[in-house]
Design a protein around this ligand. Structure first.
Ligand SMILES: Cc1cc2nc3c(=O)[nH]c(=O)nc-3n(C[C@H](O)[C@H](O)[C@H](O)COP(=O)(O)OP(=O)(O)OC[C@H]3O[C@@H](n4cnc5c(N)ncnc54)[C@H](O)[C@@H]3O)c2cc1C
Length: 478
């Protein structure tokens, strides 16, 4: 079906003019429907039940920063909502065009701009899929070491906008540690740059205003990242801990003394379900696998220290095979048959906290959910990103058929209720509302509860940078 109304057509012509022709704009219903679903369970359920998805009115695909600037000027003039779309792999409904308007798909902006081998940095356009950036780095013998499970489907812009993280975070950091500088287009079309390096005393770091801002404050068009030498050696080891507490404490001691690139610690429920299924591990207990990497001589010493710490906390030494097997299968976890999928209802309630709170949160969320739903809801959890002061819990709830309502309204109500119960239990015990998937539409309503009066700082930024409120409305509590 074609929309032929007069004014939408006029705006389509302006957008086409901004991006050099009609090949990169669309008002076709089939294109519009494509952008009504990302990896947010509710959007997928809505589509599964045959309901009409949220749809943009116009789709536009810019090929350069100047084109993004022109598009924003058009959106700002007409006060049309503008939603930036990267890979559409987000799990929070962050890119969904909830209020129609313009959807700007960034994937044409995928050029490598520079590899600076002296400074060890790489710069590219923000619509590039992260795997492509990693391949460019690999060609020169380096790695960005941002290796999330969405490596092949998420863009640079999406990773920055949701403050993402990869499996190597223990040694190489989160995306906000890895990004040096960015080019951003503001809602009025102005093109700005953050400072060339992030460590300075010239005021607050502008990177950290736009990283995590989910397309609500500006559009990221270019970014520069650190490059790392490939490690001389990557060595794996796995352990079985008797309970959650001993594993958390061992993880803390390890992070205080050495920096494993990978550190993953599973509760018994996940050990006996997913870990068992994928790497064939049969025993009861809490599985931990880790990797240390870098110069071989240092790896030897780091591994020695880790073995001492694990023994101190009563872990059974499982050797290196399971860790290697886990690494080889790290994407298999997301394949059909292993990953949860519709007709199940599920969600990842990732939260991050200090070591004093992280186990309390694990137990409080579990209790809150089991008290309300009994065995109708399953609860599994692991911790995959660790710091000197605390770690995150990657906690998932799963509802299996026939307990998943078929009626879309009822399904939505149950989904949102479970999220409210889980996330509020985390916040009540010192947890942060989200670790690395972002807020999007899914958690938007809980942002004011998380921040309290501090939310006005973000609202002031939003009002100043986007006075017409066009940038990705209803996301991030803004
Ligand atoms: C199987 C699977 C595994 C995953 N594993 C991980 C993981 O290991 N680590 C992790 O962090 N996440 C993971 N995710 C979540 C998701 O893939 C990430 O959040 C990813 O970074 C989103 O990128 P995207 O390009 O798909 O963004 P989209 O979903 O398209 O958009 C996400 C948000 O970013 C905004 N945005 C996109 N591009 C820009 C831009 N250029 N400027 C400003 N705003 C922009 C959008 O408006 C939206 O708010 C996983 C998801 C799946 C489906």
């Amino acid at each position: 079906m074609k929309l032929k109304a007069f004014m939408p057509g006029m705006i389509l012509d302006e957008l086409a003019d901004a991006v050099g022709g009609y090949d990169n704009v669309s008002m076709e219903m089939s294109d519009r429907a494509t952008y009504g679903v990302d990896y947010f369970w509710l959007s997928r359920m809505w589509q599964d039940r045959g309901e009409v998805p949220p749809m943009p009115d116009w789709i536009v695909r810019p090929g350069a920063t100047e084109e993004v600037s022109k598009i924003l000027k058009i959106a700002n003039y007409y006060k049309i909502p503008l939603h930036t779309w990267g890979g559409g792999s987000g799990s929070q409904g962050g890119a969904l065009p909830m209020s129609g308007g313009i959807l700007m798909d960034m994937k044409r902006m995928c050029k490598l701009i520079e590899i600076d081998e002296i400074s060890r940095t790489i710069t590219a356009e923000a619509g590039m899929i992260f795997q492509q950036l990693e391949w460019y780095a690999n060609e020169k013998g380096y790695s960005c070491q941002h290796i999330p499970s969405c490596l092949t489907c998420g863009t640079i812009g999406g990773a920055l906008a949701h403050r993402g993280i990869g499996i190597m975070s223990g040694k190489y950091g989160k995306i906000d540690d890895q990004c040096l500088s960015m080019e951003v287009v503001l809602s009025n079309g102005d093109i700005i740059n953050t400072l060339p390096v992030p460590k300075h005393a010239a005021g607050p770091d502008l990177n950290q205003i736009f990283i995590g801002s989910e397309g609500t404050l500006g559009v990221i068009t270019k970014a520069t990242f650190k490059l790392f030498e490939q490690p001389e050696e990557r060595r794996f080891h796995a352990f079985l801990f008797p309970d959650k507490n001993s594993g958390y404490m061992a993880g803390r001691d390890i992070m205080q003394k050495v920096k494993p690139s990978i550190l993953r610690f599973y509760d018994e429920a996940e050990t006996t379900s997913i870990i068992k299924k994928i790497i064939g591990f049969e025993k009861k207990g809490c599985f931990m696998n880790l990797a240390v990497e870098g110069i071989k001589r240092i790896v030897d010493i780091e591994m020695e220290i880790i073995l001492e710490i694990a023994e101190k906390w009563g872990a059974e030494d499982l050797g290196s095979d399971y860790g290697e097997k886990w690494f080889k299968n790290r994407i298999t976890f997301f394949y059909p048959g292993h990953i949860m999928d519709i007709p199940q209802m599920f969600g990842t309630m990732d939260t991050v906290a200090t070591y004093a709170n992280v186990e309390k949160i694990y137990l409080a969320m579990k209790k809150a959910i089991y008290d309300k739903y009994g065995d109708k809801v399953r609860y599994i959890s692991h911790s995959s990103h660790w710091y000197e002061w605390g770690c995150m819990n990657y906690t998932r709830f799963i509802v299996d058929p026939p307990n998943v309502p078929q009626d879309p309204e009822e399904a939505r109500r149950l989904h949102n209720e479970i999220w409210n119960i889980g996330v509020r239990a985390a916040m009540a015990n010192g947890g942060v509302i989200n670790d690395h998937h972002g807020i999007g539409l899914k958690l938007s309503r809980l942002m004011k509860e998380q921040y309290g009066p501090a939310m006005q700082v973000m609202e002031a930024l939003k009002n100043q940078l986007d006075p017409n409120g066009i940038m990705n409305p209803y996301k991030l509590g803004l």
